[in-house]
Design a protein around this ligand. Structure first.
Ligand code: SF4
Length: 67
């Protein structure tokens, strides 16, 4: 079975919020510092939005592993 595995590096995150905007089921932002919170590291659906969020992230904090 194929799937996506997402990783988020909170040290690189600059709290731009694009990920949460594009794929709110997978990414959220911390209420205190605005940095990314990974809600679902292995999203079963919505892959297009997740890939777009990873590509759009301005700091390169998000990575996606496809297996
Ligand atoms: S888009 Fe990137 S920089 Fe912005 S909150 Fe998400 S992980 Fe952080």
């Amino acid at each position: 079975m194929s799937g996506l595995r997402i990783a988020a590096d909170r040290d690189r995150c600059i709290a731009a919020g694009m990920c949460a905007l594009l794929a709110g089921a997978v990414f959220d932002q911390d209420d205190t510092d605005g940095r990314v919170l990974l809600l679902d590291p292995t999203p079963g659906t919505n892959h297009t939005a997740v890939r777009e969020a990873v590509e759009t992230c301005p700091s390169g904090a998000l990575t996606v592993d496809e297996s």
